[in-house]
Design a protein around this ligand. Structure first.
Ligand SMILES: C[S@@+](CC[C@H](N)C(=O)[O-])C[C@H]1O[C@@H](n2cnc3c(N)ncnc32)[C@H](O)[C@@H]1O
Length: 476
């Protein structure tokens, strides 16, 4: 026994020394909050010896495996009795007030009001052990001040402002209903269902619920009723590279998560919240995952106007056409260069007056001329460079703001910083790809196929081995 422990310790030391496994975990099992939570869940039919709460050096709080999880094993199975859904809300003391209220509350607002009410009840709440382990605040943009929002990249900045507005709007529209709850509370309801409280509840639901499709209640609005708070299970962090199967199992009446590839003992058990890029993770969950394969940098369509208008009289027509055909959504730079959609958009915007007749051909993916190709690559370089400068500027402003920041602002700034640093790297890779593109005469027939096959232009120089391979592949 001593021998095994010694070997494991030696291996761990070696791993740490070689920098292979810098993640450290400290179990939180013994902490009273988690002892209470586990006891409370046991009374509801759930216990888990194989997953324990722990604090990880890279992701913060999560769940650690106490034994190996084999591929295909159920990682966690949480009985319906532990889930917090609109059924829970409607059968609580605020349920009768919700049933009477017209127009009906949305399922989301009903759960938010319930969470705030239970948090306020404190020790009198049946949900206290769960409420106690919920975060007290979040690093989602709903919590950002104007100055932090201004550090976000353009496309995300707009979504962040929308998120803040959505929370304000929810607070305003809930006031009428929350006033009716006064008989349930000794304190004035305005002091309980504050804008801060709504924001906390909104972020709690948005970042922690699992999807469970429920029957439409006649007492709630027609908005989708799909939110289920899942105590303990919601301690699982996200990894973009793990695969799990998750869903409510009608046969067992449990919400189950099955690990597709399994995981080792004493490591963090992750799930995947979806194939989200980093901006989406920041917006919805308030964090940025390292090495996200879905990472991209978005180009704000407004930027096109800034760099391209010039003397092109057709510019606004082209822009309108692109907008109508959804070409202005999700224009991106990635680690492999500008996306096909971005390049096609730039090609169309680069058409000279004598080439206008070919605009539909461009949208279908065919090349029109060499000078148009050159112009579009040049535009891509300018856009990429501009975004790099904008990133550098945001990082500089951010580092100044960090000087006097309190803990909560520091947390927000470090999330934004991770995003900006990641974007800077992506743009650097994209710029290298664009720099290496030297457009040389390409047979129109070949060009057409190259574009249809979405082969990066960096690989399309005539006479290069890569081009020769492409020619062979597409059989010209
Ligand atoms: C469902 S909860 C997961 C448990 C959470 N860490 C906790 O302590 O309550 C989702 C939140 O966890 C955090 N999170 C999830 N995955 C993460 C990751 N890979 N790195 C950092 N934070 C992560 C984010 O704050 C996110 O909003």
């Amino acid at each position: 026994m001593r021998n095994r422990t010694g070997r494991r310790a030696r291996r761990k030391r070696r791993r740490l020394k070689s920098g292979q496994d810098p993640t450290r975990a400290v179990s939180l099992c013994h902490k009273s909050q988690y002892v209470e939570l586990r006891r409370w869940l046991k009374e509801r039919g759930f216990s888990s010896r194989s997953l324990v709460p722990a604090l990880f050096s890279d992701t913060g709080r999560g769940l650690m495996t106490m034994k190996p999880v084999q591929a295909g094993d159920v990682l966690i199975s949480l009985p319906e009795t532990c889930l917090l859904t609109t059924t829970t809300v409607l059968s609580s003391s605020i349920g009768e007030y919700i049933r009477r209220w017209k127009p009906p509350l949305s399922p989301l607002l009903a759960i938010c009001v319930f969470l705030i009410s239970e948090r306020h009840l404190g020790s009198q709440s049946r949900w206290k052990p769960y409420i106690d382990v919920l975060p007290k605040s979040y690093t989602c943009p709903a919590y950002f001040s104007d100055s932090v929002v201004s550090l976000l990249p353009g496309v995300l900045r707009k979504k962040a402002l929308n998120q803040r507005d959505a929370v304000l709007e929810m607070h305003c529209s809930s006031r009428g209903f929350t006033h009716t709850l006064q008989p349930l509370f000794a304190q004035p309801v305005e002091d309980i269902f504050t804008c801060d409280a709504i924001r906390w509840a909104w972020c709690t639901v948005n970042s922690r619920t699992v999807y469970v499709q429920r029957c439409q209640s006649p007492f709630l609005s027609g908005d989708p009723d799909v939110y289920a708070m899942a105590p303990y299970l919601d301690l699982l962090n996200h990894s973009p590279v793990v695969q799990v199967e998750a869903g409510f199992n009608q046969a067992t009446s449990c919400y189950e998560i099955r690990s597709t590839l399994g995981c080792k003992r004493f490591t963090q058990a992750f799930i995947c919240y979806g194939a989200h890029d980093s901006q989406r993770l920041l917006l919805e969950y308030g964090f940025v995952a390292p090495n996200n394969p879905h990472r991209v940098v978005y180009v704000d369509p407004d930027l096109l106007q800034k760099f391209i208008t010039g003397t092109d009289k057709q510019f606004s027509h082209k822009l309108l056409y692109l907008k109508d055909h959804h070409f202005l959504e999700n224009l991106t730079f990635g680690v492999e260069g500008p996306s096909w959609k971005l390049m096609t958009t730039l090609r169309l915007l680069s058409l000279g007056p004598e080439q206008y007749a070919s605009w539909k051909t461009v949208l279908l993916g065919a090349a029109v001329s060499q000078d148009c190709e050159e112009r579009s690559v040049h535009l891509a370089r300018i856009l990429c460079q501009h975004l790099m400068e904008e990133n550098a500027d945001a990082l500089e402003r951010l580092s100044l703001m960090k000087v006097d920041a309190d803990l909560s602002l520091t947390e927000q700034l470090s999330v934004v910083e991770s995003l900006r640093r990641e974007e800077q790297k992506i743009l650097g890779y994209s710029f290298e790809v664009l720099r290496d593109i030297h457009i040389q005469p390409i047979l129109p027939q070949l060009m057409e196929k190259v574009i249809l096959l979405k082969i990066p232009h960096s690989k399309c120089e005539v006479g290069t081995p890569k081009m020769a391979a492409i020619v062979l592949r597409i059989g010209i």
